[in-house]
Design a protein around this ligand. Structure first.
Ligand code: AMP
Length: 212
């Protein structure tokens, strides 16, 4: 999601040093397109001293910079379908390996079972387990209304009606099944994503409080 601070050319938004703790902390923010993940991810990263890693922002930076990855990703992103797992996993691995301790808020990753499994393996290697998976719930009429509004406001090339429909379908088919995976692992927390930014943020804070 591009709402909020898009970060630097790597899609990272650095946390403030004062807020950064010294132990690993990995939080996943999930939800359908338009649920407000980008906005909330930026807020939470800042307030919890985490680095926001948004695969969507990272890919958009590659497209802007005209890298090989950007060239391969652009048409897929414009269609609203997913970029191949191996490209995404390599991109995330490179970022996570730079962080020590690993204090990250992942936005828009993982989106497939293969990505979730790769993330587990990588985090085991780095000794930084997933602490919480927060899912923003918003009904589909509200999601479409928000995405069309964002299309007008930001002119994102993947926010037109056809692409929105495809992205919703991709979410249902490829990403939603991951919620069961994290539920079974006892990590899943559902949050009502309707309300002001501050209200939704307070609901997420309540979940993360006591775990930080
Ligand atoms: P987002 O900003 O998270 O909605 O991502 C925008 C687009 O980037 C998606 O529709 C995908 O084409 C691509 N993308 C972002 N994250 C991923 C991911 N984890 N796996 C595959 N494709 C992704």
């Amino acid at each position: 999601m591009s709402v909020g601070n898009p970060g630097d050319a790597t899609g990272r938004v650095a946390s403030t040093p004062q807020a950064a703790g010294s132990r690993s902390q990995v939080v996943l923010l999930m939800g359908p397109p338009g649920a407000g993940k980008g906005t909330q991810a930026s807020r939470l990263a800042e307030s919890h001293g985490l680095t926001k890693l948004s695969t969507g922002d990272m890919l958009r930076a590659h497209v802007r910079d005209g890298t090989e990855l950007g060239k391969r990703a652009k048409s897929l992103m414009d269609e609203g379908v997913l970029v191949p797992d191996d490209l995404i996993i390599d991109m995330v691995r490179a970022e996570l390996e730079k962080s020590s301790p690993v204090r990250v808020l992942l936005d828009g990753f993982p989106r497939t079972t293969a990505q979730a499994e790769a993330l587990d393996a990588l985090l085991t290697e780095l000794g930084a387990p997933i602490e919480a998976v927060v899912v923003l719930s918003v009904d589909s009429d509200e999601l479409i209304r928000r995405l069309l509004g964002r299309a007008r406001a930001e002119g994102r090339s993947d926010d037109n009606e056809d692409t929105i429909r495809t992205r919703m379908q991709v979410y249902q088919e490829q990403t939603r099944p991951l919620l069961e995976y994290y539920k079974a692992a006892g990590r899943l927390h559902r949050v009502d994503g309707v309300g002001s930014e501050a209200e939704v943020s307070a609901r997420i804070d309540e979940i993360l409080r006591g775990r930080a």
